[in-house]
Design a protein around this ligand. Structure first.
Ligand code: MRU
Length: 339
């Protein structure tokens, strides 16, 4: 079992493992300052759609730890700051809105808002743990034999409040003797695969190798991949799914090589207000994430760059979407049956 905690609430502080330093350094950020948590989300010290949502919920609660005046203005200021951190992962807005409902319900009552909001944040965290467990269970039927799996970006404990989305599906399948080996895409430009997924696979004792993103095609051509499973940051009601840049490439490759391509994500990742992927806002990252590696300049800042953090995989390329409710199969219609 893994020996690290990615998100913990201890002594009225949020404790986050600093994901920008992994796997070489295991360092923790301990804070009760909502602004520090907002910065941690922006810097990707905490990242992964569900983990961002859980952290933001704790941040909203902590904003009331020392705040005596139960003010709506204060709540709105903190809500807006946290909502401005990253645009694509809908779990952030899902968690902020869940907290907003609690605030609106209790703000005119004689209660200590910190206590009420903290209880709500802990419930969001616990709920994510339960959703991860259910997803892992619901994903088992996609393994029809002992399989070699390829994954992209990072979707385990680091990316969620619980065991993970796609990662936990793979881990549970491994524990059931259904996974032989995992290929982890390194995931340029921020290397969530070679740094974070490799760290988690290693801790979980799952046999794995890391490959550059462009090697996925060759692995498939050589017949070495049985299935691909990834997470998602936002799913439209028709099943179009935004995930880390490079995911769409994999889905296209899978179609060509006749390999099933699966998404695993909690229903908090489904955006009922988006009927298709073209309405999903895609975050653009700073060019320095391409021009530098770990602070070392590798190319000129003077060139033009295009650095979307996510892409959208069209639903017709997705063999199944694993949520905590079900293993959903095409045609997808998340307008019914998930709320
Ligand atoms: O930019 P990141 O590292 O936050 O992107 C994360 C991903 O794309 C994950 O695959 C996604 O959040 C699903 S994880 C549970």
């Amino acid at each position: 079992m893994s020996s690290f905690k990615s998100i913990e609430f201890v002594d009225d502080h949020l404790v986050l493992i600093d994901q920008t330093k992994l796997p070489l350094v295991e360092e923790y950020i301990k804070t009760d300052d909502y602004e520090r948590i907002a910065v941690a989300i922006e810097r990707l010290e905490v990242r992964g759609a569900p983990a961002i949502g859980v952290s933001a919920a704790y941040a909203l609660a902590l904003a009331f730890k020392k705040y005596e005046d139960n003010s709506e203005i204060h709540f709105k200021k903190v809500y807006d700051r946290l909502a401005s951190t990253r645009p694509t992962a809908v779990n952030l807005f899902w968690a902020l809105n869940a907290m907003k409902n609690i605030f609106e319900h209790f703000c005119s009552e004689e209660v200590k808002l910190y206590d009420v909001l903290l209880t709500a944040a802990k419930e969001i965290h616990d709920d994510d743990v339960a959703k991860c467990n259910a997803m892992a269970q619901n994903g088992l039927p996609i393994f029809t034999k002992k399989s070699v799996v390829l994954t992209h970006c990072n979707t385990g404990q680091l990316a969620t409040g619980g065991g993970g989305t796609a990662f936990y599906v793979i881990q549970k399948a491994f524990e059931n003797g259904l996974v032989e080996h995992v290929h982890a895409d390194e995931t340029r430009p921020l290397l969530q695969g070679s740094r974070l997924t490799a760290f988690e696979l290693d801790k979980a004792g799952i046999p794995f190798s890391v490959n550059t993103d462009s090697t996925a095609a060759v692995l498939m051509q050589q017949g070495k991949i049985d299935l691909v499973i990834v997470g998602s940051d936002r799913i439209a009601t028709n099943g179009d799914a935004a995930n880390k840049i490079g995911t769409y490439n994999l889905a296209v490759l899978c179609r060509y090589h006749n390999i099933p391509f699966y998404i695993a994500a909690p229903t908090s990742t489904v955006d009922l207000s988006r009927s298709s992927g073209k309405d999903i806002v895609i975050e653009e990252r700073d060019k320095t994430e391409i021009t530098t590696i770990k602070g070392i300049q590798i190319t000129s800042n003077d060139y033009n760059y295009y650095s979307p953090a996510f892409d959208v995989t069209p639903h017709e390329l997705i063999a199944g979407i694993i949520t905590e409710k079900d293993l959903h199969q095409p045609p997808y219609n998340f307008n019914v049956g998930i709320s």
